[in-house]
Ligand binder design. Structure first.
Ligand SMILES: Nc1ncnc2c1ncn2[C@@H]1O[C@H](COP(=O)(O)OP(=O)(O)OP(=O)(O)O)[C@@H](O)[C@H]1O
Length: 229
């Protein structure tokens, strides 16, 4: 589903590569934690998948498409295949829970009928039924992240990229959020989650890819957080 072949990334005005000769294959339906110290390259890896940044060298393939050679007009189609969840939720503050999720479908041109069907189903799946009319500031952090996950998942993308999704949440809420991601993964969605959360990684025992100074230094199934602090 996602493949990196000899990928390096050097940002402009930077001497040290953010990623260095990365080879990585993530199969459809996998759940992968990407761990590593601050600055090890986790967010850069996710940005390359989304073509928010270009590679300096090598090839990134997403669902069989080579991202590097994708013309700008095809990037929106790539991003429709990929839901994104961030530490800071990024909800629209003046829209309700329902509207935040519906908006993701409106911009894709979905019919009102489809939206009225899918949004309630998705809100129920993430455990937000009854909170449809709340504004983001009327929700807890964990609830806000559930809205963000509903929004990312509402068009059933094959891939969900999560960059520190529990970074602003307490340990119990974090575990609830990752359990929700685990449930989404069980529907067949591939999940890649960059995280510093050692408790979560140790509890879920998924595949762990550890980055250090832009290199993959560990890739293990049913892994633990290990040294990636
Ligand atoms: N836009 C940018 N321009 C220049 N250098 C950058 C840019 N973004 C990231 N870097 C550098 O690339 C390296 C990797 O950064 P990246 O954000 O991918 O790390 P990270 O593992 O996600 O860190 P964190 O856990 O703190 O979010 C760092 O040395 C960082 O300073």
């Amino acid at each position: 589903m996602i493949r990196f072949e000899n990928v390096s990334k050097v940002y402009p005005r930077s001497t040290r590569p953010a990623l260095s000769d990365i080879n990585l294959e993530i199969e459809r339906g996998e759940f992968v934690f990407v761990v590593g110290a601050s600055g090890s390259g986790k967010s850069t890896l996710l940005r390359l998948v989304l073509k928010e940044e270009g590679v300096t060298q090598g090839t990134v393939l997403v669902a069989g498409q080579e991202v590097g050679s994708l013309p700008a007009r095809k990037v929106p189609r790539l991003r429709r295949e990929i839901g994104t969840v961030f530490q800071d939720f990024r909800l629209l503050p003046n829209k309700t829970v329902y509207q935040n999720v519906a908006f993701a479908l409106q911009v894709l041109g979905r019919s009102g009928h489809a939206i009225r069907q899918v949004v309630p189903e998705t809100l129920e799946m993430v455990g937000l039924e009854g909170k449809e009319k709340r504004l983001p500031h009327e929700l807890s952090g964990g609830e806000q992240q559930r809205v963000a996950i509903a929004r990312a998942f509402v068009n059933k993308p094959p891939i969900l990229l999560c960059d520190e999704p529990t970074g602003n949440l307490d340990p119990t809420t974090s575990l609830d959020i990752v359990r929700l991601l685990d449930r989404i993964n069980r529907t067949g969605t591939t999940i890649v989650m960059a995280t510093h959360d050692d408790d979560i990684v140790d509890q879920l025992r998924k595949r762990v890819v550890e980055l250090k100074n832009g290199h993959v230094v560990r890739d293990e199934n049913k892994g633990v957080y290990g040294s990636g602090r």
